[in-house]
Design a protein around this ligand. Structure first.
Ligand code: BTN
Length: 255
């Protein structure tokens, strides 16, 4: 059995964290949003009943097959830095998967991690801003990773687009992935080390035909480039170009 264990995680962490593990929870992000003053830095669950994704989507979080976790950071980030946190977390999780399992990963702008063309991990960053200072009160980074195949498979809406990391259960792998992710995160979160190239080299949509989905409408485009603020430069069929910021936009890969 691959059991998530606080001691095993902290043993591997350079900066120790106050972790609480739930067998079942509605959503680890929601827990921290509702309890921002909790003494826990990290909430991890073996199952979520209301796992949330970006833009009001849900995140399928069945028992035992994945890692569903959130960390609350109480740093006072400026607005410009806040928009970098999701791409930063994506790089940290790619490196954690690559270093722990030697599996190649790619990123679908802005927050999805792919393995062999299918999604294995999603990231949802939420924050509270102090409107007087413009700085964050806190940021919650939520990460969901499909480590093993769900017992009943994926739900019909994602069965063609989702995948998992490992066929066979390996003791302790979840703890290693979790610890590696947090060690990576704390290595980058002061924004002293550039991670743009690490993101861009994994961003497999560049040069590809995509659908830009905005307010429920899909527009054909080509993903052309990424700027240093992680805005995606797209060219539409009429040759007009636009930089997209991730906000309420999602993209679809058109093959
Ligand atoms: C996405 O795919 O759009 C993002 C998915 C993020 C899922 C994780 S699982 C842990 C944390 N709690 C949630 O409710 N969501 C995030």
């Amino acid at each position: 059995m691959d059991i998530i264990d606080e001691k095993e995680i902290n043993l591997r962490l350079k900066n120790k964290l106050n972790i609480k593990i739930f067998d079942e929870i509605s959503s680890t992000n929601t827990y921290l949003k509702e309890n921002p003053s909790s003494d826990k830095d990290v909430i991890i669950a073996n199952m979520q009943t209301k796992g949330r994704g970006r833009i009001g989507k849900s995140f399928y979080s069945p028992l035992g097959s994945g890692i569903y976790m959130s960390i609350i950071l109480k740093n006072k980030f400026e607005k410009e830095k806040l928009s970098l946190i999701t791409p930063l977390a994506a790089v940290c999780m790619c490196k954690a998967i690559e270093n722990t399992l030697n599996i190649d990963t790619n990123i679908k702008w802005v927050n999805d991690i792919f393995v062999k063309g299918k999604k294995v991990c999603g990231i949802l960053t939420e924050s509270s801003i102090d409107y007087n200072t413009g700085l964050s009160n806190y940021v919650i980074i939520g990460v969901g990773i499909n480590v093993y195949k769900p017992k009943n498979g994926f739900t019909s809406d994602i069965k063609d687009s989702a995948t998992y990391l490992l066929e066979k259960e390996q003791n302790g792998i979840k703890n290693e992935i979790i610890a590696s992710f947090f060690n990576n995160l704390f290595g980058y979160i002061n924004f002293e080390n550039d991670f743009f190239d690490e993101y861009k080299k994994r961003c497999f949509i560049l040069g590809k035909k995509i659908g830009v989905i905005k307010n429920g409408k899909e527009i054909n485009a080509i993903a052309k480039d990424l700027n240093k603020d992680f805005n995606l430069l797209v060219q539409y069929d009429d040759k007009s170009e636009e930089f997209l910021s991730s906000g309420e936009i999602s993209i679809k890969i058109n093959r």
